[in-house]
Design a protein around this ligand. Structure first.
Ligand SMILES: Nc1ncnc2c1ncn2[C@@H]1O[C@H](COP(=O)(O)OP(=O)(O)OP(=O)(O)O)[C@@H](O)[C@H]1O
Ligand SMILES: [Mg+2]
Length: 283
């Protein structure tokens, strides 16, 4: 009884990864993409993951969705140890809607042959939600992402990039997931769409959905994340409260990132240091 109550009050991290390793390729072509990555995400927390191109950000996203296998370490999602899951079990987990995802290219998050209505209702129908209710939920989530219900009978190819990405966000939300992995969700968008999606992400955070928000752009992450994790060459070199990482970055790479973000205020790194850091990293 007490245990049950404690559990519901303190459900533990929604995501907990320890010592995660991911390799690509076989034999002599085998290369390490993630090394010893440990990160824990509390319910409702937004973690920004930042890193340069090739640092392993998308690999991390794929590993958390069971789309690439890990070679060591452990992954727990909502208390469930998924480390040894096979494809079938990952598919079932994704279907249950506990964890959802949004990719940079919405055409990869959406089935191009399904109308927007079908894309939004499908995850609910799979869960056994009656069609009428699924359609009502689809409409309400379309509204959540500031889109008109007129779009329901269109195909993804008949929408603008910004509209498509908002549909992808709505699709990720219809199952009311506890955790959403977003891999560069705003990178392909113009600034007006970017601002709107970032606003929607902030609302989600306020509603208690945990987000892993991956971006190469510190400016996008800075105003959204509670904590920031910095990936550098497959390793997490720094994790801390967003404000601390931005105002007093520790790792050389983080200092360079902070100093290079044009829209960021309060950067402690000046131009001369930036050049010195660059030289250090390239050495
Ligand atoms: N399918 C694959 N097969 C082999 N190597 C891969 C594969 N996908 C990625 N890699 C390699 O793994 C490393 C990490 O790639 P990843 O896509 O995770 O980087 P990223 O941080 O998402 O970069 P970007 O900012 O460009 O999206 C890179 O060196 C990349 O070349
Ligand atoms: Mg990527």
């Amino acid at each position: 009884m007490t245990t049950e109550r404690t559990k519901s009050h303190n459900p533990g991290p929604v995501l907990d990864i320890t010592g995660l390793e991911v390799h690509y390729g076989l034999g002599r072509r085998r290369r390490r993409a993630l090394h010893g990555v440990s990160l824990s995400v509390e319910p409702g927390e937004t973690i920004g993951v930042i890193g340069e191109t090739g640092s392993g950000k998308s690999t991390l996203a794929r590993a958390l969705l069971g789309l690439v296998p890990s070679s060591a370490g452990s992954i727990r999602i909502a208390g469930e140890d998924v480390t040894a899951y096979r494809n079938r079990q990952w598919r079932a987990l994704r279907r249950r809607g506990v964890i959802q995802y949004v990719f940079q290219d919405p055409l990869r998050s959406l089935d191009p042959d399904l109308t927007i209505e079908d894309s939004l209702t499908e995850p609910l129908l799979v869960q056994g939600v009656p069609r009428q209710e699924a359609t009502a939920r689809a409409r309400s989530f379309l509204d959540r992402v500031r889109l008109s219900a007129d779009l329901l009978d269109r195909l993804p190819g008949e929408l603008s990039g910004g509209q498509r990405q908002r549909v992808a966000v709505a699709r990720a939300l219809v199952t009311e997931p506890r955790l959403v992995i977003l891999d560069e969700p705003v990178s392909a968008l113009d600034s007006a769409n970017r601002v709107q999606i970032l606003e929607i992400l902030k609302e989600l955070r306020a509603e208690g959905v945990a987000l892993v928000f991956i971006s190469h752009d510190l400016g996008s992450i800075a105003g959204t994340a509670d904590r920031i994790a910095v990936l550098y060459q497959g390793e997490l070199v720094e994790v801390g409260a967003a404000r601390d990482v931005i105002t007093s970055p520790r790792h050389v790479y983080t200092r360079l990132l902070v100093s290079s973000a044009p829209t960021l205020r309060g950067s402690p790194v000046g131009r001369a240091e930036r050049e010195a850091l660059r030289a250090l990293l390239n050495a």
